[in-house]
Design a protein around this ligand. Structure first.
Ligand SMILES: C[S@@+](CC[C@H](N)C(=O)[O-])C[C@H]1O[C@@H](n2cnc3c(N)ncnc32)[C@H](O)[C@@H]1O
Length: 287
């Protein structure tokens, strides 16, 4: 069987994905090829020729991606901070939008020893596990109310612990339960939260509508219902000087900070943009 140029296979994959309306066709084509070959994307230029079965395998994944199956469901992983987590059906895929929120949280922890951190709405566990990876001395709690998401989080937490990260404490619960983490009232250094926040009826790409769980994406009250609950819980949990960072819809650049400011114990309320310059998360400190 004649070996074929990988470069041409990637060009063809890019063309197919572009036609299918995929947002980043070249990147996705390269990541799928790298996945099939079991190499980092940056090493692809070192592989000029590949066997026909490799071309077939890339073609099959590209066909699925062209049907708008999320890239991360095809590769099985997503990155946040300096870790990757496993993702698939039934769990929200961590997004680059959350990177700066994570960075803000890690900065807040600088100089604090044995900090207590809570990740509300943990999904795959990505935020909690990314913090535990950077801060082995942190005691990290995480909660979600969805059993499928929690199964993914458990799997990811076990995998990170196997790699040597400090284990996180994973709970099933609702952020609207005003007894959740009651034993931590007034003791928490940092609350991070990426809640569902898209207003119902909002237009979203097929990758989100068909694959992200609806309860991970949409929230009632114009997208603010879970954010409100999370802010109330954070206000209770934080110690004086502790910090909150909570992600929001890009249409909530005014509304989300207003929800936070309404809690008089939360001060220094600021809104922040994501990597694309859109309003994306609000931060505050416990007075
Ligand atoms: C946008 S996803 C965020 C997942 C993860 N933090 C991340 O950034 O990838 C929101 C998560 O909140 C969970 N969730 C929704 N409503 C909740 C509630 N009332 N209490 C606890 N978790 C909730 C969903 O199951 C979902 O896993």
């Amino acid at each position: 069987m004649k070996r074929q140029p990988l470069r041409l296979a990637i060009l063809e994959a890019t063309r197919i994905l572009e036609q299918a309306g995929v947002a980043s066709p070249r990147t996705d084509a390269e990541l799928l090829a790298a996945h099939v070959l079991g190499v980092e994307r940056g090493r692809l230029p070192l592989i000029p020729l590949v066997d026909p079965p490799v071309i077939d395998a890339i073609g099959q994944l590209v066909a699925q991606r062209a049907k708008r199956v999320p890239l991360q469901h095809l590769t099985g992983w997503a990155a946040l901070g300096n870790i990757t987590v496993s993702v698939g059906p039934g769990v929200f895929i961590p997004r680059p939008e959350t990177e700066l929120l994570l960075e803000w949280g890690l900065n807040l922890l600088k100089g604090r020893e044995l900090p207590v951190v809570v990740d509300l709405c943990t999904g795959s566990g990505a935020l909690a596990l990314a913090v535990a990876h950077e801060r082995p001395d942190a005691i990290v709690y995480a909660v979600d109310n969805d059993s499928t998401a929690l199964a993914w989080a458990r799997h990811n937490a076990d995998a990170r612990a196997e790699l040597g990260d400090t284990p996180i404490r994973l709970y099933s619960g609702d952020v609207g339960d005003n007894t959740i983490f009651a034993e931590l009232d007034g003791l928490v250094d940092l609350v991070l939260c990426n809640p569902p926040y898209v207003p119902p009826g909002g237009e979203l790409p097929p990758e989100v509508i068909d694959y992200d769980p609806a309860q991970a994406v949409f929230a009632s009250e114009g997208g603010l219902a879970v954010l409100r609950l999370a802010v109330a819980t954070a206000a209770r949990l934080l110690k004086p000087g502790g910090g909150l960072a909570i992600e929001h819809d890009d249409s909530h650049g005014t509304a989300a900070p207003a929800v936070v400011s309404a809690r008089k114990v939360l001060t220094d309320v600021r809104d922040h943009q994501d990597l694309t310059g859109r309003p994306r998360f609000v931060t505050a400190r416990r007075a």
